[in-house]
Design a protein around this ligand. Structure first.
Ligand code: ADP
Length: 333
């Protein structure tokens, strides 16, 4: 029985690996039952370590966590019965058929007889694998293998399903299909889905709530749309035809910033960026200033704030830069 109102609750988790690598530096989060929760962060942020602790595969140095109401340190066996885990690497036996894989998984969890067969048939149908059920898993496409992996994680009707980077390696079509499957999962059978991803778009698309993880901590959490709305204002970007000298660039940025409703103006190379309360209304005014100052314009774009902007605001750098940067020893900086 669950005693916590949360499907997952983590409090101040810390974890340091040998070599003084701080993987978690006080990570806290809560996940509401029946929702999709996305742990979003660049490579090395601490997502997998968090999932390892929540799925009882690793112990934190300090901090506490409950999953489906069970304490991960005091009752790891209860946690394990209440969760499904879909790792990045497939857990399916490549030689066995899709159906055999599911039957075997069910037996491992103590399911037998007609209950097991109907559960397996149901999952094969739900994941569009019924026609391929009699073929060995190794003959499946990448998307089919991923769907089988998710089905394997669900055989024993877990309360919480953990998906580690569910669409890494899938082509765009299979990724979209997987997003649809995951979207349908939450709420069905009271299931809560916790997924990790380093795709901004995936978190934005899939998750009811996200936690942006950076350097072992949650730096922002909430509904993706609400996080974006908090940034107030559109991003206006003007690409100039030529790079200006430093002085001209500064004068130009100052001139643009003098408009009411336009702020955070920067000019780097040929790219002028600003934030505006109403991007569409700001563009004519910005273009007029540029024309007056003799700066020639190549392109203009106006965009609603993205999760990348949210990440920049809270982590202080662009997501792509952080994702490309190698993780440094020495812990949270
Ligand atoms: P993510 O899943 O967000 O990519 P991880 O939780 O895998 O991040 O890693 C967080 C940090 O801990 C990284 O700096 C990573 O290199 C380090 N790390 C993860 N696992 C180990 C390990 N077994 N031994 C040493 N360092 C590790």
């Amino acid at each position: 029985m669950s005693t916590s109102p949360h499907a997952v609750e983590a409090r101040e988790l810390t974890k340091t690996y040998p070599g003084d690598v701080t993987a978690l530096a006080g990570l806290s989060l809560t996940v509401r039952p029946g929702t999709v929760f996305g742990l979003l962060g660049p490579n090395g942020a601490g997502k997998s370590t968090t999932v390892k602790i929540l799925t009882t595969l690793a112990r934190p140095d300090s901090g506490t966590a409950t999953v489906a109401g069970h304490d991960v340190l005091r009752h790891p066996d209860r946690v394990r019965r209440a969760i499904g885990v879909v790792a990045q690497r497939s857990g399916a036996d490549p030689v066995a058929t899709g159906r055999e894989n599911l039957l075997l998984q069910g037996r491992l969890y103590g399911l037998r007889g007609a209950g097991l067969t109907s559960r397996v048939d149901d999952l094969l149908a739900r994941f569009a694998l019924a026609d391929a059920a009699g073929r060995p898993a190794k003959s499946y496409s990448g998307g089919m293998q991923r769907r089988l992996d998710v089905a394997l994680g669900l055989v024993h009707r877990p309360e919480v399903l953990f998906l580690d980077e569910p669409t890494t390696g899938l082509d765009p079509e299979a990724r979209t299909a997987m997003w649809q499957e995951i979207g349908r999962l939450a709420g069905a059978e009271g299931l809560t889905v916790v997924l990790t991803t380093h795709y901004l778009e995936e978190a934005d698309h899939l998750a009811d709530r996200i936690a942006i993880v950076d350097r072992g901590r949650v730096v922002a959490t909430g509904d993706p749309d609400r996080l974006k709305a908090e940034l107030r204002g559109d991003a206006v970007q003007v690409e100039l035809r030529e790079t200006l000298g430093e002085v001209d660039a500064r004068l130009l940025a100052t001139a643009v910033g003098e408009f009411a409703g336009v702020r955070e103006v920067t000019l780097e190379g040929r790219l002028l960026s600003a934030r505006a309360d109403d991007g569409g209304a700001a563009v004519p005014a910005v273009l007029a200033v540029l024309q007056r100052e003799g700066a020639r314009v190549a392109t203009v774009t106006v965009a609603r704030p993205s999760l990348d902007d949210v990440y920049l605001r809270h982590a202080g750098r662009r997501f792509a830069d952080a994702d490309a940067a190698p993780a440094l020893a020495g812990g949270a900086r």
